[in-house]
Design a protein. Structure first.
Ligand code: ADP
Ligand code: ZN
Ligand code: ZN
Length: 752
């Protein structure tokens, strides 16, 4: 791709990707001082308009490439080369380029997202510490006799492998800087500055390694994965194992095997599942070979862990979403645990789904991908059904423990009994009392926060739905109307329920945050903690509560999804699920799937020890199939029902979705841009391989002073969808549409 052989001629031009929402790279001139050291993958400080910003070298040229249309005199110089050793490996360069294209996103933004946060700022730097080391050969008996303290220092140093941090040495009783300095002057020791990695687990108590004999099912699953890793070819597996079936053990052994074959391994975990317990366990098994990348680390820790991977010191990386871009070389295995989890989806630009990028990464380099879940995403199970993924199953819990039984508490009935809204049913309150009496623990799961409002009939559970879309209408308080966010259908709020004529219509969407306070008042003798993103923001806070709960220092945890997954608390025998099915009323095609997954996952938290577990689910929808199948933990039944719905409404996995958001400060302009784009989408798609819905107001119709409209696309396949979008964007721009107002999201997780 380079114009001439770079090994003989130093590059004169560089093409750089910049973290800006533009689908192109930019050409700069390489000043002579850096042309000998610039490499593809290095960061560059570049002029951009009146500013300077950090870009990434993606191609080098000895001559101006023919396809660059800029006047040579207008090409500007690179200001500075930021890295002598490129931070970005060729593999990550290719992977980010593919990802940007797949998600109609921007390469430069994707490259920036692939690096640890804050790396471009001056604040994140390697940590340097003053250290002391013994100088070999130095003979303590030589020259003038040493003092006792001086001799002691030499002894301590040699007892510590000949080298220590200055501060560590000074912590020893009786040691002061003065004798140390004398030793240094006389050439016995050397004081120097050393880079010290910040270790996220530095103060953690690491558990002993456990050594199980795998069950037959675990062995069979592991054998398939190991065999695939040995062939060094791309293969992909769906590991479908019920909660507590020992998937984690399979991952750990598969990673071990991969290391033994001389290759590296990557494991992705959802935001919340990277429990303190799990990281410690991995450290016990892999020692310093494992690096940890997740959002609760400090920037410095993340930077150091990332550099350990880049240097090849850590050959196993565990992390959340952005760890999919961890610069591991010679990758043999990529694991995505809880692959259905929505936190793999990046919710702001650049959009991507780390699960799908992980599979692509494995595909590009001939590695093995393993997606694991107790409740696989519809798309993943469909891929297993159609043979795209090899299917592995762990159908039983370890130790023959049964899955917790789940009971539905019909809240319509509770409402009738009390004649008013009570958030906690007598059934659940009684169960809490009994559990506590036995000295066992309780988890209460609340709904997630921050959803839009919709109308629910308290008597029959009916929600008001769109006539065209089979999607719940959203209540807009401003004009007192119900609105469909897909097709723009609207109607006024009914006075009585259209189904049962009850007057008890209720606007759902508020008021779960008080549950923890209510519980605390009701059970003053119980030690209760609330865990969610609102109450806990600082690093370590969540860890602390979870560890305390695991150690029996708390009787009850109240929280959102965060506490639903991944944790292993043997003394929890009651899980109460409160209003979690509110999701079922949301205008979201995945609400049934989400609800099913969430309840199954949380039910998996109960009864993991020797005692049996009980799960109580409060619901207004006891007849909904998501609830019925979740109650019985029947994945196959749920899948069979849900896939029919997806097929009927042209949803994934049968169709590929995109959502296009149009944002503008001026209402008319927003509408104008949206209509221009709609026209171009229709023109770009004469064969109607892509169905276009909207524009309609987005569920948040105005945000930060901007009006927001939404267009939904349903494509018969990915290529048709991407082509239509590309052609339409170019056409719309040609007709005066400002592309800066347009935000494309491929495979949106929520259509809201
Ligand atoms: P999953 O990830 O499928 O929910 P885990 O891997 O957490 O399940 O396993 C559940 C529990 O069983 C854990 O406490 C784990 O240590 C234990 N376990 C896993 N495999 C075995 C085994 N072969 N023998 C005994 N205990 C095991
Ligand atoms: Zn509609
Ligand atoms: Zn009704």
């Amino acid at each position: 791709m380079t114009t001439t052989d770079l090994s003989e001629n130093p590059p004169k031009y560089v093409e750089a990707a910049l973290p800006v929402p533009l689908r192109r790279v930019f050409t700069y001139r390489v000043p002579a001082e850096i042309s000998g050291s610039i490499q593809i993958g290095a960061r560059l400080k570049l002029p951009f308009g009146r500013r300077s910003m950090t870009g990434y070298a993606v191609e080098l040229h000895t001559e101006l490439p023919a396809d660059v249309e800029v006047d040579e005199s207008k090409i500007r110089d690179v200001i500075e080369l930021s890295d002598d050793e490129p931070l970005i490996t060729p593999e990550i360069l290719k992977l980010t380029q593919w990802t940007a294209d797949y998600y109609a996103s921007f390469w430069g933004e994707m490259l920036k997202a692939s690096l640890p946060a804050g790396i471009n700022s001056e604040k994140v730097r390697p940590r340097r510490r003053k250290s002391v080391r013994l100088i070999a050969g130095a003979d303590a008996n030589e020259g003038k006799a040493l003092t006792e303290t001086q001799l002691e220092i030499l002894e301590i140093l040699s007892g510590n492998g000949g080298e220590m941090l200055f501060t560590e040495l000074l912590e020893q009783p009786g040691i002061t800087p003065s004798p140390l300095n004398t030793l240094a002057k006389r050439g016995f020791v050397e004081v120097f500055v050393k880079e010290v990695d910040r270790d996220p687990l530095r103060n953690a108590i690491i558990p002993a390694k456990d050594d199980f004999t795998l069950t037959e099912e675990q062995s069979a699953a592991l054998a398939s994965i190991d065999e695939a890793v040995s062939t060094s070819q791309f293969r992909s597996f769906l590991l479908h194992g019920v909660t507590g079936s020992g998937k984690t053990e399979v991952y750990i052994r598969a990673m071990k095997h991969t290391l033994e074959t001389g290759r590296s391994a990557l494991m992705l975990v959802p935001e919340i599942a990277l429990t303190p317990v799990f990281s410690r366990r991995l450290r016990a098994v892999f020692g310093s070979e494992v690096a940890i990348l997740h959002s609760n680390l400090s920037q410095g820790e993340r930077f150091d862990e990332w550099r350990r991977i880049r240097r090849g010191d850590a050959r196993i990386a565990i992390g959340t979403r952005s760890a999919v871009f961890a610069p591991l070389e010679n990758l043999g295995l990529v694991i995505v645990d809880e692959e259905h989890d929505p936190s793999y989806r990046q919710h702001e630009s650049p959009f991507y789904n780390a699960r799908d990028v992980a599979v692509m990464r494995a595909h590009m380099i001939g590695a093995v991908a393993v997606l694991g879940s107790a409740t696989p995403a519809m798309e993943s199970f469909y891929n297993a059904q159609t043979g795209k993924y090899e299917y592995l199953k762990l159908p039983e819990r370890i130790g023959g423990r049964g899955l917790a039984t789940a009971e539905l508490v019909d809240m319509r009935d509770v409402f009738k009994r009390f004649g008013k809204d009570v958030p906690l049913s007598p059934e659940l309150l009684d169960a809490i009392v009994e559990t506590h009496k036995r000295g066992e623990q309780v988890i209460i799961l609340l709904n997630r926060r921050g959803f839009s409002q919709f109308v629910l009939c308290r008597s029959c559970g009916e929600t008001m739905k769109c006539k065209n879309c089979d999607i719940t209408l959203t209540f807009h308080r401003g004009d007192n109307r119900l609105l469909c966010h897909y097709c723009n259908y609207r109607e006024s709020v009914p006075k009585v329920c259209p189904k049962c004529e009850s007057e008890y219509l209720y606007f759902v969407g508020e008021g779960t945050e008080n549950i923890a306070a209510t519980l605390a008042k009701r059970f003053p003798d119980m030690r209760i903690a609330r865990v969610d993103r609102d109450t806990m923001s600082t690093k370590g806070e969540i860890d602390e509560v979870l560890l305390k709960f695991a150690a029996g220092g708390l009787d009850m945890l109240v929280g959102t999804q965060m506490i639903a997954k991944g944790h292993d608390f043997p003394n929890v025998t009651l899980v109460g699920v409160i209003s979690v099915d509110i999701g079922l009323g949301l205008p979201d095609l995945r609400s049934a799937e989400r609800t099913f997954q969430l309840i199954t996952q949380v039910a998996g938290r109960a009864g993991r020890g020797k005692k049996a577990g009980r799960v109580l689910i409060q619901t207004y929808y006891p007849d909904h199939y998501a609830l019925r199948f979740a109650k019985d933990q029947n994945y196959a039944g749920f899948y069979a029902e849900e896939i029919k719905y997806r097929q009927r409404l042209n949803y994934p996995p049968f169709f590929v979705l995109a959502s296009i958001l149009i944002k503008h400060r001026d209402r008319q302009q927003a509408a104008k841009m949206a209509n221009l784009l709609r026209r171009s989408l229709d023109a770009a798609n004469p064969a109607k391989n892509v169905r276009v819905l909207g524009p309609a107001p987005a569920s948040i119709a105005r945000l930060k002073n901007e009006y927001r409209l939404q267009i939904i696309l349903k494509g018969i396949n990915r290529r048709a969808l991407r082509e239509t979008i590309d052609i339409a964007l170019a056409d719309a721009e040609h007709h005066g549409c400002d592309l800066k107002t347009i935000f494309v999201e491929i495979d949106p997780v929520n259509l809201m």
